[in-house]
Design a protein around this ligand. Structure first.
Ligand code: FMN
Length: 395
C-alpha cells in the first residue's frame, strides 16, 4: 500500500569519525557578529527571502555541513538596535524552511529554547522541521540565559543556572517521548512537566534529530556529554583554554559511556579572507575600526550576565572584554588568504585537538562566504577533511 504521506526523504546519516565538520552561523540580523552599523549597511537585507536563498545555495555548494540559526527574544539594548546588531532578529523555526527549500543536503539547525516553549510545541515544531527538510534538521536546545527574556516571558520564579540545565534535560526527554508516541498515548511524568495524551503527527524522519548545545559551564558540559551530538563553544585567543575544553568534554563524554567522537565539536571562529594577505588585513581593519563600543558594551553585558564561566573566561576590564565581544563574540578571527586561513585551522587542530568549526561571517554576503570554499581543499590535502558529498552528506 502506498504511504498516504511520506514527504521528501534526503536524510542526513550520522557518521561518527574524526574528520572535520564545518557549520555556518546563519545571519539572523543585519550584523549578527559585529556591533557595527557600517557592517550592517554593507550586508544584504536580512528580511529579504532572496538574501537567504542565495546564501543557502552558496553554503551548500562550497561544502558546509550545516547552518546554524541562533535565536533570542530580547535585544541587547538601544545601541545594538541602532547599529543593526541583533535587531531585527528573524525567528529560527520560521526562516529555516527557506534554507531547507533552497538546498538538498545541508543540515539546518535551529535554536529553540526550553522553558520558554512547552515540550508539546517544541516537539511539534521540531517534527515538522525534520519532515520539511527530509530528515536534516538539528535542534540547538538552550536554557535561555538572559534575565530580560525571563521577564519578557513572565517567568517569575527564576531558577538558578544549573537547574536550568535540569529543565533542558527533562524537556528533551519529554520531546523524545512525544516523538516516539507515533499515534499512541503518552504519559510523561517529570519534575517540571506532566504530559498526557496522543500528540498529532507528523513525526521526525530521523530516528533522533540531532541535538546541539553550547553550554560551557560544568552543568552545560554534563548535559552535552550525556545527550548532545554537537557542542559549540568559542575558539578564543588562548588556545590552551580551548584545548582544556576539548579535553574535559571528551573525558565527560567517555565517563557517560559514549565514545569521545560521538560529540562533534564546533568551535565558533571568525574569518576575513582576501585574495592577498594585505587585502584581507585591510578588510579586517575596516571592520574592527567600525565597531561601535556602546553596542559592544550592550552585547557584553548580556553575554556575561548569563554565565559565570564567561565571566571568569573574559575576566579583566569590562571595556576590554566588550571590545573583544563586539567583534565575533570574543571568538578568534582568522585573517589572510585562503591558504593562510587553512594553515591557521590546521595549527588550531594540532594544538587543541578541535575537529570542527562554526564559521562566523563578519560580512555575510554570498561572495564573502564563498571564499571559505577555497579554504577546504587545503584541509583535504592535509587529510583532515573530506567533502560532504564523498561521505554521504553525513552529519
Ligand atoms: C556558538 C554559540 C551559540 C549560541 N547560541 C545561542 C542562542 O541562539 N540562543 C541562546 O539563548 N543562547 C545561545 N548561546 C548561549 C548558550 O546557550 C549558553 O547560555 C552560554 O554558552 C553559557 O553557557 P553556560 O550556560 O553553560 O554557562 C550560544 C553560545 C555559543 C557559544
Amino acid at each position: 500500500m502506498r504511504d498516504i504521506s511520506r514527504g521528501q526523504q534526503s536524510m542526513k546519516p550520522r557518521k561518527v569519525d574524526d574528520k572535520m565538520r564545518f557549520g555556518l552561523m546563519w545571519p539572523n540580523s543585519p550584523s549578527p557578529n559585529v556591533t557595527s552599523l557600517a557592517v550592517a549597511e554593507r550586508n544584504p537585507d536580512v528580511l529579504d527571502m532572496d538574501s537567504h536563498i542565495a546564501l543557502a545555495r552558496t553554503a551548500e555548494k562550497i561544502g558546509v555541513d550545516f547552518v546554524f540559526f541562533a535565536d533570542g527574544y530580547t535585544n541587547h539594548g538601544e545601541h545594538n538596535a541602532r547599529v543593526g546588531h541583533g535587531e531585527p532578529c528573524i525567528s529560527a523555526p520560521i526562516w529555516a524552511p527557506i534554507v531547507m527549500a533552497a538546498t538538498d543536503h545541508i543540515g539546518v539547525v535551529t535554536t529553540m529554547h526550553a522553558r520558554y516553549l512547552s515540550p508539546v510545541v517544541l516537539a511539534r515544531l521540531g517534527a515538522n522541521l525534520d519532515v520539511l527538510s527530509g530528515g536534516r534538521w538539528g535542534w540547538n536546545i538552550v536554557p535561555g540565559a538572559k534575565g530580560s527574556e525571563a521577564r519578557l516571558f513572565g517567568i517569575s520564579s527564576e531558577i538558578e543556572h544549573d537547574e536550568r540545565y535540569a529543565v533542558v534535560e527533562e524537556t528533551l526527554a519529554a520531546v523524545r517521548a512525544l516523538w516516539n508516541a507515533r499515534g499512541k498515548p503518552i504519559d510523561f511524568n517529570g519534575k517540571y512537566y506532566h504530559l498526557e495524551g496522543v500528540p498529532r503527527g507528523p513525526y521526525p524522519v530521523q530516528e533522533s534529530p540531532l541535538i546541539f548545545n553550547a553550554g560551557v559551564s560544568p552543568a552545560g558540559q554534563d548535559f552535552i556529554a550525556r545527550n548532545a551530538d554537537y557542542a559549540f563553544f568559542a575558539v578564543v585567543e588562548d588556545l590552551a583554554q580551548v584545548a582544556r575544553t576539548v579535553e574535559e568534554l571528551g573525558d565527560k563524554t567517555e565517563a557517560s559511556g559514549r565514545s569521545r567522537l560521538e560529540v562533534n565539536l564546533a568551535g565558533s571562529i571568525g574569518y576575513v579572507i582576501g585574495s592577498t594577505a594585505a587585502e584581507a588585513q585591510e578588510k579586517y581593519d575596516w571592520i574592527r575600526d567600525s565597531v561601535d563600543m556602546d553596542a559592544a558594551r550592550g552585547w557584553a553585558r548580556g553575554f556575561l550576565s548569563g554565565s559565570q564561566t564567561y565571566q571568569s573566561n573574559f575576566g579583566g576590564e569590562f571595556d576590554e572584554a566588550a571590545r573583544k565581544i563586539g567583534l565575533a563574540a570574543g571568538s578568534r578571527v582568522l585573517v589572510g588568504t585562503a591558504a593562510d586561513v587553512a594553515e591557521q585551522i590546521i595549527e588550531i587542530n594540532r594544538q587543541t585537538g578541535l575537529r570542527g568549526f562554526m564559521w562566523l561571517s563578519l560580512i555575510w554576503d554570498p561572495a564573502e562566504v564563498a571564499l571559505l570554499g577555497d579554504v577546504l581543499p587545503y584541509l583535504e590535502k592535509a587529510g583532515l577533511w573530506e567533502p560532504p558529498s564523498s561521505r554521504g552528506w553525513s552529519w
